[in-house]
Structure formats: structure tokens, C-alpha cells
Design a protein around this ligand. Structure first.
Ligand code: GUN
Ligand code: ZN
Length: 433
């Protein structure tokens, strides 16, 4: 059976960082998406396509609303849902005071299940349809997350966090147990339905040399495995890594030494980097996740967007829940804009929306499957209300260009702007009231 969606459709067909921005996207005002068996069959103007619809076709009419590919969050922690808004600490103390104790609760499967359900519902309420997610060091935390994602038919990436030192005993694994448990999860979940596994050493502070070595071995186990970790987020963290690995030239060199700087590896934060690190990340096709609400909230620093782009490093956006303060990719883009303002850099609305759709898909090597409405791709998309509040409506009335509207949305919008979220052509979230 086919499904058709009406609305003002926007998607990227090229990279606005390397082509003329306004030629990087297609806009179909009064457009139509036709979906068959969960995949895009056609996209265009409704007037051109409606005569093609079979009589039993289901039509969702979102005329007057914007329709974009589902948002992609390249870095966040589902077990930190209850850590959001924890007061007064910077990274290392924040981890010890709030985050590790909260992650410790994931030895209780009932709590883990409750959080996983809430978290996935919250992603959909915010229009996020794909995410690269850290679980805890408990094998069952990743197991449950995969189960819940499978039940919702979501394209998700996660992995059991590996950490064998410098954290409370109740969270520590060992190089052997971290390896074995990761392997079991890879065998059970990697490539099943829409799910992929990310080998997940937490960061160089909590993984010793043996664990980092085993991380590289795990990456060879199956094609298409991801690697997710943290890099150069906070000055004290960077100092500690230099003490823990006295032979290293810099923080990224630790990961590189063990062969972890590679395609499908995402380095969250990457704020305080020497120039040569951008070159290495670019050469090795690794990606950075820029997490502005977290970087501001934990006081980590101002991300150097221009250096990242100048070196052609693959880049996605991340909420970094619960260092980050919002599940909303709209809010995340709005905060990214402010971070860049403080560096006298800028983020145009088209580049911003590219980063949370096709750009995010490219950063995760998923651009053959999601991120745009190219026929054949999976039909995950979001319906945006451009008049979600009286103030936004008032401001929108003064705008006569689509680009301006997108900028207003990223500056003022949040979960209230999300009218509906579709997964493989099925509506899985619909705003009430
Ligand atoms: N570095 C290592 N672990 C974490 C984490 O959980 N959150 C953030 N923001 N940084 C980290
Ligand atoms: Zn993180």
C-alpha cells in the first residue's frame, strides 16, 4: 500500500559547504511525498504527482507545514536522561558527582527499560529519527536499547560503554569482559533490521591501553561497525589524558596509536584541538560530533567550526544528553549559532539544517539510506509547524523567505514545533492539542 504526504517539502541534494548553498536543496511548496513499503517512491509538486496515486492510497494532509527528513543526532547518552540540569560542575566532577551514580542504576533492568522507553519517545517528540547513542557499561543497557528500538522500527546505533579504570567499581568492566560482552552484542544486534553496533570506549581517561587495543580488535569483527568516544572536551580532562599516556603527542594521538581514528568513528566534542588533529581526522575519514548545549552547560569551551570545515572533517550535530540540556535538534542548532557568534564564526540556516539531515547521515555513513527524500531511501521524516507559539507566529509573519523561516525555527523552535514524526512512512508521533 502506498502513503502520500502533502506539505511544503524541503530536502538537500548536495552539500551546502561545497556547493552554492541555494543550489544544494530542493523545495516543493505544496509538495507531495509518495511512500511505498516504507521507502520514498517519489517527491515533487502535488500538482504533478496526485494523478499517480492509486485509489486506496492513504493521504496525510499537512498543507502549510514544512516536511523535512528526520533529524539525526550523532551523539547522546540514553542513560543520562535523568542527569539533565545537574548543577554547578565541570566535566570530571560532573561525571563523578552526577553521571556515574546515575549510570550505576542501570544494573536494574526495570529502571533501564523505563528510561529507554521514555528516551525513544522523547526523540520522536523532537523529530529525531536516528541517533548514535551511548549506553552504560552494563551489557543489558545496550541489549534493552536495541530491543526497544527494534520494537519501534528505528534506525539506531548504540553499544555497551567500555570503561576499566578511573570510575566507581560498580561501573567498571575489564579488557576481557568489555570485549566479550561487546562481541555478544555485535553478534546479536549488528545489522539486524535497522540497528548497528558502535564499539564504545568511554574516553581515554577510563580505558587503559589494553582496553583500547581490544577496541581495535572488535572493530575488525564485522564490516560496518561504528566507534564512538569522547575527545578533547575539557582542559582538565586533556591534562589528565597527557598524564595517563605520557608517551602521547596529544589526546587524539592516544586513539590514533591504537588504530581508532578511522571511518565510522565519531569523536564527540573535539573542542580544543591542535591544527594537526583536524588534518588527521580528515585524512582518516573520522567524524566529529558538535554538541553546543553540552559545551555551554558543562562550560567546556567554544567549538572551532571553521577549522573543522576548512579541513573538510566530517561533522554532525549532537545533543549530548545529559551534559546537553535539550533533546531538540532545533534548539541545538540555535545554541550552535550562538557558540559560533562568540568565536566570530557563523552558521547559516541552510548549513544548519543540512547538518541535522543529510550531513548527519553522511557523518554516520548512512547517506545511502536516510537524510534526504531521494527515491529508494527510508521514509523517516518530520512535520514542522512554523507557527507553534504566538511569538513565533508573529515573527514568521514578518518573514518572506524560506531561509529566514528556517532561521527563526532554529532560533525559537523546540519540541512544540514538531507536529508529527514518521518512521518508514508510519506516523509514530503526533502532537496533541
Ligand atoms: N566524557 C566521558 N564521558 C562523558 C560523558 O558521559 N559526557 C560528556 N559530556 N563527556 C564525557
Ligand atoms: Zn557524550
Amino acid at each position: 500500500m502506498s502513503v502520500a504526504i502533502r506539505g511544503d517539502i524541503i530536502h538537500f541534494t548536495a552539500n551546502p559547504f561545497t556547493t552554492n548553498e541555494e543550489q544544494s536543496l530542493q523545495i516543493f511548496e505544496s509538495g507531495m511525498l509518495i511512500i511505498e513499503e516504507g521507502r520514498i517512491r517519489q517527491v515533487g509538486f502535488a500538482s504533478d504527482l496526485e494523478h499517480l496515486l492509486p485509489p486506496d492510497n492513504v493521504v496525510h494532509d499537512y498543507s502549510g507545514h514544512l516536511i523535512l527528513p528526520g533529524f539525526i543526532d550523532t551523539h547522546l547518552h540514553y542513560p543520562q536522561t535523568d542527569v539533565i540540569a545537574s548543577y554547578g560542575k565541570q566535566l570530571l566532577e560532573w561525571l563523578q558527582t552526577y553521571t556515574f551514580p546515575c549510570e550505576g542504576r542501570f544494573d536494574d533492568p526495570e529502571y533501564a527499560e523505563n528510561v529507554a522507553d521514555f528516551f525513544l519517545d522523547e526523540l520522536l517528540r523532537n523529530g529525531t529519527t536516528t541517533a548514535q547513542v551511548m549506553s552504560t557499561s552494563h551489557q543489558q543497557s545496550a541489549e534493552l536499547f536495541f530491543q526497544k528500538s527494534l520494537a519501534r522500527n528505528l534506525r539506531m546505533i548504540t553499544g555497551k560503554t567500555m570503561m576499566d579504570r578511573n570510575a566507581p567499581d560498580y561501573l567498571l568492566d575489564t579488557p576481557d569482559s568489555g570485549y566479550e560482552q561487546s562481541l555478544e552484542l555485535i553478534e546479536r544486534w549488528h545489522g539486524r533490521n535497522r540497528l548497528s553496533y558502535a564499539v564504545s570506549p568511554r574516553f581515554a581517561v577510563t580505558s587503559g591501553e589494553e582496553q583500547l587495543k581490544r577496541t581495535a580488535e572488535l572493530m575488525e569483527f564485522r564490516p560496518g561497525l561504528y566507534l564512538q568516544t569522547h575527545l578533547s572536551e575539557n582542559r582538565d580532562e586533556i591534562k589528565l589524558v597527557a598524564e595517563l599516556f605520557p608517551w602521547s603527542k596529544n589526546y587524539l594521538d592516544v586513539y590514533d596509536h591504537f588504530g581508532l581514528v578511522r571511518e565510522r568513528a565519531t569523536f564527540a566534542h573535539s573542542i580544543h584541538l591542535p591544527e594537526e588533529n583536524y588534518r588527521l581526522l580528515s585524512e582518516k575519514d573520522a567524524a566529529i560530533s558538535f554538541c553546543p548545549t553540552s559545551n555551554l552547560f558543562i562550560g567546556s569551551g567554544l567549538f572551532d567550526f571553521d577549522s573543522t570545515i576548512r579541513h573538510n572533517v566530517s561533522l554532525g550535530m549532537g545533543t549530548d544528553i545529559g551534559g546537553g540540556t535539550s533533546f531538540s535538534m532545533l534548539k541545538t542548532l540555535g545554541e550552535a549559532y550562538k557558540v559560533l557568534q562568540l568565536r566570530e564564526q557563523t552558521l547559516s540556516p541552510l548549513k544548519a539544517f543540512y547538518l541535522v539531515t543529510l550531513g548527519g547521515a553522511e557523518a554516520l555513513c548512512l547517506d545511502d539510506k536516510i537524510g534526504s527524500f531521494q527515491p529508494g531511501k527510508e521514509a523517516d521524516f518530520v512535520v514542522l509547524n512554523t507557527n507553534a507559539t504566538p511569538l513565533i507566529q508573529r515573527r514568521m509573519e514578518m518573514s518572506d523567505s524560506l531561509i529566514d523561516k528556517l532561521f527563526i525555527l532554529m532560533t525559537m523552535g523546540d519540541d512544540r514545533s514538531i507536529e508529527a514524526t514518521f518512521i518508514m512512512g508510519n506516523r509514530q508521533y503526533e502532537k496533541t492539542s
